[in-house]
Design a protein around this ligand. Sequence first.
Ligand SMILES: [Zn+2]
Length: 80
Amino acid sequence: MTSESLAVRAKQLHVIRNRGLALQVCAPESWTEEEVNEATNSVHPTGIRSTWRVVDPMNGDARRVVCEEGCGRVHYVMVC
Ligand SMILES: [Zn+2]
């Protein structure tokens, strides 16, 4: 657990693309994948039994894509 509550973290997560069964989100680079998963499920519940989780869109190195706004954030692709 980190010192930040889930509610505080959820406010820092941005859904930047929504393709139904896939989301792209923008989150602070300090977050773990588990924190990204939790915050995404908090702000954008799937409404079904499975929950959002970070996936690897291409290969292991492409999991985190640096945000083009250059503000210490990274983008993740999520599926449910
Ligand atoms: Zn971004």
